[in-house]
Design a protein. Sequence first.
Length: 302
Amino acid sequence: MKNILLSLLIFSGLFVSGCQVVQPPASQKLTVLAIEPFLADITANVAGDRVEVQSLIPSGVDPHSFELTPQDVAKLEKADVLVLNGGGLEQFLEPVLSQKTATQLVIVASKGLTSRPVNSSDALAENGDPHYWLNPVNVKQYVENIRAGLTFIDPNGAVAYAENARKYNQKLDELDSWIAQEVRQVPPERRLLVTNHESFGYYADQYGFTVVGAVLSSVSSGSSPSAREMSALIEQIKQAGAPAIFLEMDANPELADQIAAESNAKVITNLYTHSLSPADGPAATYLDMMRYNTTLIVEALR
């Protein structure tokens, strides 16, 4: 993905394929396709009612294991704007982006953020850790890149996009303060995270947690640990005294249960990290997702 994106024209945090972005008629709403549901929610908050925002990946589906269908490719081709997380998360888009010829705006929401290093040796880790959004302060950079991209393709909406971005950034600041306050309930020596895979690094850095380890030693949820890696993680959990192992929604708990049985840790399931819940669920928006996850983490560790 990195090489493909670098082949596109860089414009102030955006990538523009083709020589000129074609703007739709003023009477027609822009069609914006965000790749992940949480990214569609963030984009919709910046876009307001000027833009039709959709998500390519359905709610509840892990982008690490997502595979494109012909219908998905058709959606990608029809959209006026694509919004990607970036950082190597959407490697499944590589074949499509490498063949793109139509003029289309591609916004990489995480552009401008510095990736934290990871210990994993898998291919995805070459780009560092792509899970920037799990720190709401990072999402303010997402908001700026999305605002700039929408303004570029729809300059008449500049004032609206700027005001929407300002309001959403205020909510992100409030979320950041709320999470910090909730985490204070956990004694510093118990702020220990063991997760299904390496995804909570930015969250840990922001709120004073130590990442003890991960069941899958990878920034992707599609890897498998060796017996040696499992044994090492069990020892790390014991030495650190980590109380819990946190799993994302739909993660297979079998390995975590084995590790928990030998390390006296409990398994906490159903965190929403890469996707949102249905509209009537506990994590229907990005803001709700972060509050929900924080509540589970704090209750398990305090």
